[in-house]
Ligand binder design. Structure first.
Ligand SMILES: Nc1nc2c(c(=O)[nH]1)N[C@H]1C(S)=C(S)[C@@H](COP(=O)(O)OP(=O)(O)OC[C@H]3O[C@@H](n4cnc5c(=O)[nH]c(N)nc54)[C@H](O)[C@@H]3O)O[C@H]1N2
Ligand SMILES: Nc1nc2c(c(=O)[nH]1)N[C@H]1C(S)=C(S)[C@@H](COP(=O)(O)OP(=O)(O)OC[C@H]3O[C@@H](n4cnc5c(=O)[nH]c(N)nc54)[C@H](O)[C@@H]3O)O[C@H]1N2
Ligand code: SF4
Ligand SMILES: [Mo]
Length: 700
């Protein structure tokens, strides 16, 4: 028997990007383990990815190309050959492309975060074709934009420094579920005497384990940050020297913050005056005492109308108190811009050859699939190629998304591991390889290591890497640019700029051998200023925001849908609903892995005892959650983890594995955030009523 240990990388959309060792016996993967040598992975994988071998050899894997024989959505297919699949797809794309290639749309996100199997050969293909561009907004663009206006780019405090902080604010994140290796550092900080505070409307697994939990109303974080600024200014907990040297626009910020008394802030956020004042004091005094105060800001605060502004306001705080001076101070949203990623080489925008195709926002796929041709919109969408994504489950306003994909005149190709909700709508369904079966290079958004993934085993069944599908399709289309012949290793070798000092002479072959290598970044990135904004300072006042039609100074933008901001709607739909990730799923990935689904049980709705009692709902009853956009069913858990007025449906369930074939996105809306054109999943008012109990057949 030959046993090898192959160096791999977790491909999932998770900040931790763990280093993995795959044990392979005679060509069969037996076990995945966290690399004990990797400083942030520290030998630990989360429960989900510990099951990666089960997922790879899962009996439900899509193993060969298929053609739909049933109705769209029914999930009935028959086997065809790769040649037939590729000929059919190339034929349709040539036909549509001859009229207008913009009628063809790629739909992809971060099923894999790999730089090779994500967007490399795929975008080369779509750029050459002149297809519609996809605005990949579904997750992070609101906060990334707010952060960029303020700090310059996604660069922040190194995860490895957090253990030395004396105060950690976990703001809009649930790291026990979604950023485990940060939580391990926060625990270490706690052991060393740090105070941990969670700011979250829901008593999440993480909030439960922090010293303090501030349960504000969803979508009010920007106001809380303004209230903190008010206290920091009026109690002079500022670092005047840092403000003077490294920030721009303190006076307008001060004027704005003075409008946000603790009373007004507390009223807006639905918390107490003491909570506002004490939070600001603790933050300011920690830094005054010479200790590090760090903020881990996550994605939970961004999925509301004012999500971009919320991140912007919070990103101003470290500069006000001078927290950036220490390596363990400051803030981390994402580290992605620390990497000198060479996207032009990977994606070849030059293949557009001067054309400027229209852009479709992936968040509004529901409306856009239903749009007719018009001068403003361009051609009707006639073909969608889905890879690394599951739009039927994850996109908002799901009823519209489903109607769109049901269109008989739409040609849909889905490249997948499994028969997901989206796969059921494919005209042609293709088998994709998993991370154990292909090569990739990775950056991370929660640490600072360049990562390599070696293929551990041969492709299962007839599956092919995304790159190979687009390579073969490019050949069928007659594209002869040499870039379409490059191997995955040749693409990976271009992942990072070799000449950039941060990548320290990036060399793919040696990265493949070592598995990972840390970037060369300063320990405290903004200790001496050096922000990447136009002014080089932390911009409390932003000319760029003004130019983009936004308030240039921190402000509060209320949700579209809340009791305070929309009382008329709230009369019909009085409860705010959020649907953050469940611990055992990764977005909609892993929902079909039985052991993980068994732990989550079934779709739940957490509801406060007062709200449940007012509706005659008892713990364990089935509840129907609805608004004008749609409805779904979940089992009620009556608990004060959800503050009064809030209901929480942990997500993202496969619709077809829910009793009613629906999930939380039935009620979410396609409205966009204040900046970054991102979704507002957690800006949703609903009503809840008791539903009939499930019949035995429906019990899942
Ligand atoms: N296990 C697991 N891990 C994951 C994922 C997963 O699905 N499962 N998904 C991955 C992806 S793609 C992402 S983007 C991240 C997301 O993970 P996080 O960045 O942690 O963000 P969310 O899980 O959306 O929300 C985190 C917390 O924010 C709270 N929250 C909701 N609304 C608000 C608000 O208005 N203000 C504040 N302060 N808090 C609010 C929620 O109650 C939740 O507890 O996790 C990644 N990791
Ligand atoms: N209600 C609600 N909706 C949400 C969210 C929420 O919190 N609440 N979160 C939002 C967020 S933050 C995000 S990031 C999105 C995530 O949305 P998506 O990026 O669509 O994520 P997944 O649902 O995990 O679907 C990824 C799919 O890619 C497939 N895949 C994985 N690797 C490969 C590969 O190598 N090749 C191919 N071809 N396929 C592969 C997986 O099998 C999986 O089905 O969802 C968003 N939707
Ligand atoms: S999902 Fe996140 S925590 Fe789990 S193995 Fe992957 S990178 Fe690590
Ligand atoms: Mo995400």
């Amino acid at each position: 028997m030959t046993i090898t240990h192959v160096r791999a990388t977790c491909p999932h959309d998770c900040p931790d990007t763990c280093a993995i060792l795959v044990k392979v016996e005679d060509g069969v993967a037996k076990e995945v383990k966290g690399d004990p040598e990797h400083p942030t992975t520290a030998g630990v994988l989360c429960t989900k990815v510990s099951r990666y071998v089960d997922r790879t050899y899962h009996p439900d894997r899509v193993l060969y190309p298929m053609r739909r024989v049933g109705r769209k959505g029914e999930g009935k297919f028959e086997r065809i050959s790769w040649d037939e699949a590729l000929d059919t797809i190339a034929g349709r794309l040539k036909d549509i492309g001859a009229r207008d290639p913009q009628a063809i749309l790629p739909y992809s996100y971060c099923g894999t975060m790999g730089l090779v199997q994500g967007e490399s050969m795929s975008l080369r293909f779509f750029n050459k074709l002149g297809a519609s561009l996809l605005d990949r907004t579904i997750c992070a663009t609101a906060g990334a934009t707010g952060y960029r206006y303020t700090i310059g780019s996604s660069i922040g405090t190194d995860l490895e420094e957090f253990q030395d902080a004396k105060l950690i604010l976990i703001w809009g994140g649930n790291p026990i579920a979604s950023n485990l290796h940060f939580w391990m550092r926060a625990q270490e900080a706690k052991r060393r005497g740090a105070t941990l505070i969670a700011i979250d409307p829901y008593r999440s697994l993480t909030a439960e384990k922090c010293h303090q939990h501030i349960a504000l109303l969803p979508g009010t974080d920007a106001a809380l940050a303004l209230g903190m600024m008010h206290v920091l200014i009026t109690e002079d907990l500022l670092d005047h020297d840092y403000i003077e040297q490294h920030t721009l626009g303190f006076e307008p910020l001060k004027a704005r913050a003075l409008e946000w008394t603790p009373e007004r802030t507390a009223d807006t956020c639905g918390i107490t005056v003491d909570e506002v004042v004490n939070l600001a004091r603790l933050y300011g005094q920690t830094v005054k005492n010479g200790d590090a105060a760090a903020i881990r800001i996550n994605y939970g605060i961004q999925r509301v109308r004012g999500g971009g502004m919320a991140v912007r306001n919070i990103a101003c705080l470290p500069a006000l108190v001078g927290a950036w001076r220490l390596p363990a101070g400051g803030i981390q949203l994402s580290t992605s811009a620390s990497f000198p990623t060479n996207r032009p080489a990977l994606q070849r925008p030059d293949l557009l050859a001067g054309r400027t195709p229209r852009t479709i926002n992936m968040t509004t796929i529901g409306d856009d699939l239903l749009r007719e041709a018009s001068p403003g919109f361009g051609p009707k969408i006639e073909a969608v190629i889905v890879y690394n994504a599951n739009p039927l489950a994850i996109a908002p306003d799901s009823r519209k998304v489903q109607q769109g994909f049901e269109r008989e005149d739409l040609f849909t190709v889905v490249l997948e591991h499994f028969h997901t909700d989206s796969a059921d709508y494919a005209d042609i369904l293709l088998p994709a390889t998993t991370q154990l079966e292909h090569v990739d290079a990775h950056l991370a958004y929660g640490h600072l290591y360049m990562m390599a993934n070696n293929a551990a085993i041969a492709p299962v069944g007839e599956s092919k890497p995304n790159t190979e599908f687009f390579r073969l399709l490019a050949a069928r289309m007659g594209y002869d640019d040499p870039c379409f012949l490059e191997s995955d290793d040749e693409i990976a070798a271009q992942a990072f700029n070799k000449n950039d000092a941060r990548a320290i002479h990036f060399d793919w072959e040696s990265l493949k051998r070592s598995g990972w290598k840390k970037l060369n970044m300063p320990a405290a990135p903004f200790a001496e200023g050096g922000f990447t904004t136009p002014s080089g300072k932390c911009e409390f006042f932003s000319e760029s925001m003004l130019a983009d039609g936004l308030d240039p100074v921190p402000t509060y933008i209320p949700p579209y849908e809340s009791v305070a901001s929309n009382p008329v709607l709230a009369e019909k739909y009085p409860l705010a609903m959020i649907s953050p990730p469940a611990r055992n799923f990764l977005n909609s990935t892993f929902v079909n892995v039985k052991s993980l689904r068994a732990t989550e049980g079934e779709p739940h709705l957490d509801i406060h005892p007062d709200d449940a009692a007012a509706r005659g709902i008892a713990h364990g009853d089935m509840a129907r959650i609805f608004n004008d956009r749609g409805s779904f069913i979940a089992r009620a858990r009556v608990t004060d983890k959800a503050r009064a007025g809030l209901v929480v449906g942990l997500s993202i369930w496969w619709k077809k594995l829910a009793s009613d074939g629906k999930n939380a996105n039935e009620v979410t809306s396609q409205r966009l955030t204040d900046m970054g054109r991102a979704p507002t999943f957690y800006d949703t008012l609903v009503q809840v009523e008791r539903a009939a109990p499930l019949t035995r057949d429906e019990t899942i």
